[in-house]
Design a protein around this ligand. Structure first.
Ligand code: ATP
Ligand code: MG
Length: 240
């Protein structure tokens, strides 16, 4: 099969606001693909639709042959979604949160143990796993939620701004975790408005602005097409 995910003519309106005006893109298996664009471009809307949380007005997305619109219940077990804001479960400890999440995914104790071990390795919060999430820094919360999102090794991980608000070291760690998981057989769809950082992370990017995709390509293809030093420069040319 050529593509992991095929997004077809997705449209979404909120009242009069056209958040998505018919977007199309394809993601290959084990690829890290990014939707990049400024605030309000429609990134979160697109990711929430693909994660089956939001219904589109028109269009569809097909994950390994299954329609997210027609068969969302078949999609949900094989994807994971890291929301932009993840401020829930504050009274749980790190350990309790991961254990609870693992129990939602499986009843098999062996598999659950495997998920826990994977999550602990990713989160890397030695000595803090018995503390409440409320006492964690932003970076620690982001890491534990990323650990939750990839511990089951979903076919598609949908990560909305996974490194937003993080310092250089924590952002680097998170990028490395995402890369490692993609290399071991996971497809990743990520969003970001940080175009410089995304160059280091992604195989291909789609530039989105005001609900429309303007360009798709590898960072190096796009830079050479526009004779630009970086993706920010490309973006400013593309949306001119
Ligand atoms: N629940 C909502 N109700 C009304 N309008 C919304 C809602 N969610 C998003 N929008 C609008 O849809 C458009 C796209 O928003 P979206 O959150 O998808 O953008 P984004 O690219 O994720 O932006 P950011 O980088 O700020 O996260 C914006 O104009 C936004 O105001
Ligand atoms: Mg967003």
């Amino acid at each position: 099969m050529d593509n992991a995910l095929v997004v077809q003519d997705l449209e979404k309106k909120y009242g009069k606001i056209k958040a998505l005006k018919g977007i199309n893109f394809e993601v290959k298996p084990n690829e890290i693909f990014a939707l990049i664009g400024p605030n309000g471009a429609g990134k979160t809307t697109a990711l929430r639709i693909i994660a089956t949380i939001l219904k589109p007005d028109a269009g569809d997305a097909i994950l390994y042959g299954t329609s997210i619109r027609k068969n969302p219940e078949q999609i949900r077990p094989v994807i994971s979604y890291l929301p932009e804001e993840a401020g829930t479960y504050k009274n749980m400890t790190g350990f309790g949160y991961i254990k609870f999440m693992a129990s939602l995914y499986t009843n098999d104790p062996k598999l659950r143990q495997k998920y826990l071990e994977t999550a602990f390795e990713i989160a890397g919060l030695e000595g803090r796993m018995n503390d409440k999430l409320a006492t964690y820094s932003k970076g620690m919360v982001r890491k534990i939620i990323l650990a939750r999102a990839v511990m089951t090794r979903p076919k598609l991980a949908i990560l909305d701004e996974p490194t937003s608000g993080l310092d250089v070291i924590n952002a680097l760690e998170i990028r490395n975790t995402i890369k490692k998981f993609a290399q071991s057989g996971m497809t990743v769809l990520v969003s970001s408005h940080n175009m410089l950082e995304i160059e280091y992370l992604c195989d291909r990017v789609a530039m989105i602005n005001k609900g429309e995709i303007h360009k798709i390509g590898t960072p190096s293809e796009l830079k050479s097409e526009f004779g630009s030093q970086n993706l920010e420069e490309v973006f400013s040319e593309v949306v001119k």
